[in-house]
Design a protein around this ligand. Structure first.
Ligand code: AMP
Ligand code: TRP
Length: 329
């Protein structure tokens, strides 16, 4: 049976890149095996956070997962810091990970912006904590966006290293990356990934944006030269290709089908239809989100139950690793 694990940081906003690249797959996968979805607050503090806002965001993220279709009666939902096994396994894995391996991580290079002396050791160590998240639950599949592929590769390397040294200890996980929506680009610059840390709010659409904000942002979205509504997988028309991928992701329609509908029509008409398609997909999510946020007690309960449910599995893996490595008495 498939064992699925994935996580998302409770920081800033969740945007349609996260939704199409990750969350939508999470929802589909919860019917294909045992799914565990995690709000990774320990990863969030690798960069400075305001404590009050972080706490609020943890609940909001949980509410958004459920609003997007993650069903707590099928998938387990929990907060990373509520299970101490993550930090403990992370320490052990640190002792089996090379500095050189971590220095090669693109995300670290990007986030440290070349100034490695002024970021935290936590940011450097981020992929090892992520490996611990995944390996604790003997995960077989990890649905993520393209940017996390390298982190899954290092997770596999660490697992294989420990397996070959101590015998079968961890399941070696596979990434699940849905190609068409694996890398949704920024609306203002299709050469950059849509990112929640962008200073320009028009570069992304948050799941909580209002219909008017969505219309405005799509209207402003960068387009390519020429007027044809046609994608180019080879990269000459990055902006329209990105918009078509968003359209397709939101509606479930194939890109050639959308291109046919807009043959001979201009960007204006296409953008109007795209904005409405996004609004239609997000409207029920907004409604459900508001309802869920009105009952924080119920959200707490879902997260606490989730954490309790997976405790035995986390403890079993951690004990196994400690035994193999020779820790304890
Ligand atoms: P993060 O926003 O870094 O916490 O990412 C949460 C999940 O969303 C991860 O699986 C990412 O790979 C995915 N993701 C983030 N940004 C994008 C994007 N622009 N396009 C597709 N997937 C994304
Ligand atoms: N690093 C991931 C991101 O920023 C979040 C994450 C943490 C994660 N632990 C994970 C994703 C385990 C998949 C599996 O997107």
């Amino acid at each position: 049976m498939k064992k699925i694990f994935s996580g998302i940081q409770p920081t800033n906003v969740i945007h349609i890149g996260n939704y199409l690249g990750a969350l939508k797959n999470w929802v589909a996968l919860q019917d294909e095996g045992e799914a565990i979805y995690c709000i990774v607050d320990l990863h969030a503090i690798t960069v400075p956070q305001d404590p009050k806002i972080l706490k609020e965001k943890i609940l909001e993220t949980a509410a958004l997962f459920i609003a997007c279709g993650v069903d707590p009666s099928k998938a387990t939902l929990f907060v990373q810091s509520s299970r101490p096994e993550h930090s403990e396994l992370s320490w052990i894995l640190n002792c089996f990970t090379g500095m050189g391996e971590l220095k090669r991580m693109t995300q670290f290079k990007d986030k440290s912006g070349g100034d490695q002396d002024n970021v935290t050791a936590g940011l450097f160590d981020y992929p090892v904590l992520m490996a611990a998240d995944i390996l604790l639950y003997q995960t077989t599949h990890v649905p993520v966006g393209e940017d996390q592929k390298q982190h899954i590769e290092i997770t596999r390397d660490i697992a294989q290293r420990i397996n070959s040294k101590y015998g079968e200890t961890f399941t070696v996980p596979e990434p699940i990356i849905k190609q068409s929506t694996a890398r949704i680009m920024a609306l203002d610059d299709p050469s950059k990934k849509m990112s929640k840390s962008s200073p320009n709010a028009s570069s992304f659409i948050a799941l909580t944006d209002t219909p008017d904000q969505i219309r405005e942002k799509i209207k402003k979205a960068t387009t390519d030269s020429g007027s044809e509504i046609k994608s180019s997988p080879t990269g000459e028309k990055p902006a329209i290709t990105n918009l078509l991928r968003i359209f397709s992701g939101m509606t479930g329609r194939e890109i050639p089908d959308i291109e046919r509908e807009f043959e001979g029509k201009g960007y204006g008409e296409f953008k109007n239809a795209l904005a409405e398609a996004i609004i239609e997909e997000l409207e029920p999510i907004h409604k459900k989100f508001e309802e869920l946020m009105a009952d924080k007690e119920a959200l707490h309960q879902i997260l606490t139950q989730g954490s309790q449910k997976i405790a035995p599995l986390a403890q079993e893996t951690l004990n196994k690793v400690k035994e193999k490595v020779g820790l304890g008495i």
